[in-house]
Design a protein around this ligand. Structure first.
Ligand code: SAH
Ligand code: SF4
Length: 448
């Protein structure tokens, strides 16, 4: 097992995406604090303008945005920032693209050598980034590959934001749109790393920083009830996804060990608290997804559906049914994925019971980028066709020649078939999952 992460090493230049450090620096150098905000703005604009640049080229481009005067940013401030900060403290270690080209997985090496994964999911013109908040996870959900790693350490705020920034650069360098949505559904339990995640959420939504819509950010949690209440108070407008997975405390405690610490009744109280606050805050009930991984014979039985209806009926939530993605936990615990027919049958029962439901079709499975599979299988990644080359890749895991050769070896698969019409009718839109973002947005529309 890799060693547990210590405190972030103090060596080297600080990370640019550390808002406090940057502001402190700017003020120390005699600028107004607002200059730090303007630095963020020009750097993110430079990343979004793309071009496969190196860090130096990003700084150069950023500095061009201050001479037109509109940014009211002295050029010397950009120069000083570039000399005193590392644009990225993390780097891309591997990039793998799914055969249907909708999903790209990035393995990101942190400054101390630990690795996490982020996923870019493209759907029409929208791109969603799935970010990691921890290296491994202490929660140990029995079906989750990350859970088998245990917790190695927390990511700090800049490491979370760098995932979004690296994916922005990667996508924009390929003339793809910059990500508009961020979901905390990668490795780790975001609410077990509350401070860093909360500060990252603030930055993602800050108009000077990443300027995402608040509803474009989703925090998925296994149900750390006190932290969920805090999130509700401090970030009432971001979306929450609650990973429920079982309708009773007894079953939940079996497959989600964290349920022993935060029992179902506490969780339901935190959920109600969140729903009330959202409704007070925005006058609507959107913003809460309940995630339920369907495990054959474990939580997909008729009685589970009935209990789930009793638990959630009347609550304005969207139930997201996720067929289990078999991974290492299949061997460890004997879990099996239910057939699509039985997923639909389960969905039909809960819909008839009055719940709003979606069935998520996973994506990126060929690159282990689907839910619960983010557990660093770089061996597998190396076997895959790499992402298409950027005009001038700044950090690439493979050369253009490798990429071309790999594509020749592995012809692209035809696009996936559309979902069967009966399910589409049943659940509004069966999700090709690049559409996790679409799922969240559409769910909100239904709930509004
Ligand atoms: N820790 C957070 C966020 C990361 S997990 C949470 O649990 O919500 C993101 C989602 O992936 C969760 O809903 C989780 O239940 C789901 N997931 C984990 N393992 C899975 C698997 N093997 N198959 C399908 N979904 C899985
Ligand atoms: Fe951790 Fe989420 Fe995986 Fe559970 S599902 S082990 S909380 S990452």
């Amino acid at each position: 097992m890799p060693p547990r992460r210590g405190r972030a090493p103090a060596t080297g230049k600080p990370a640019f995406f550390n808002a406090q450090e940057l502001e402190r620096f700017v003020v120390q150098r005699g600028f107004d604090a607002v200059v730090a905000q303007r630095l963020w703005r020009v750097v993110i604009r430079a990343l979004r303008d793309g071009g496969g640049e190196s860090d130096d080229e990003v700084w150069e481009r950023a500095s061009k945005y201050c001479i037109d005067g509109r940014q009211k940013l002295p050029k010397v401030a950009v120069e000083l920032a570039s000399q005193n900060f590392r644009l990225f403290s993390s780097k891309l270690a591997h990039v793998a693209e799914s055969k249907d080209t909708q999903t790209t997985k990035l393995v990101i090496e942190l400054r101390d050598g630990h690795r996490v994964e982020s996923v870019a999911m493209r759907h029409k013109s929208r791109t969603t980034v799935c970010v990691s908040s921890q290296i491994g996870c202490a929660m140990g959900c029995q079906f989750c590959a990350t859970g088998t790693m245990n917790l190695i350490g927390d990511l700090d705020t800049s490491e979370i934001l760098e995932q979004v920034a690296l994916i922005t650069r990667h996508e924009c360098a390929r003339s793809r749109p910059a990500p508009r949505n961020v979901v905390f559904m990668g490795m780790g339990e975001p609410l077990a790393n509350y401070q860093s995640v909360s500060a990252a959420v603030t930055s993602l939504c800050d108009p000077f920083h990443f300027a995402l819509r608040k509803k474009g950010v989703t925090v998925s949690t296994v149900g750390v009830a006190p932290a969920l209440k805090k999130l509700t108070r401090e970030h009432p407008e971001v979306r929450v996804a609650l990973s429920l997975h079982a309708p009773s405390q007894e079953l939940r405690a079996r497959i989600v060990p964290a349920a022993k610490q935060w029992p179902l009744h506490d969780l339901i109280e935190a959920l109600d608290d969140h729903l009330n606050s959202v409704s007070r805050h925005s006058g609507s009930h959107d913003g809460l997804m309940v995630e339920y991984v369907l495990l054959k014979g474990v939580n997909d039985r008729r009685e589970d559906a009935d209990e789930l209806i009793a638990l959630l009926r009347g609550k304005p939530v969207m139930l997201n049914l996720i067929p289990y993605n078999p991974n290492v936990t299949a061997t460890l615990h004997g879990f099996e994925a239910p057939s699509i027919e039985s997923c639909r049958a389960f969905g039909k029962i809960v819909i008839e019971g009055g719940l709003r439901v979606r069935l998520r079709e996973e994506f990126g499975q060929d690159i282990n980028a689907a839910c619960g599979q983010l557990a660093l299988a770089t061996k597998d990644i190396e076997d895959l066709a790499p992402a298409p080359p950027a005009p001038e890749p700044a950090v690439a895991s493979t050369s253009v020649a490798d990429a071309t050769a790999a594509r020749r070896r592995k012809p692209r698969a035809p696009p996936p078939k559309p979902p069967p019409p009966q399910w589409t009718a049943l659940a509004t839109a069966s999700l090709a999952a690049a559409a996790l973002a679409a799922s969240l947005a559409a769910a909100a529309a239904v709930l509004r």
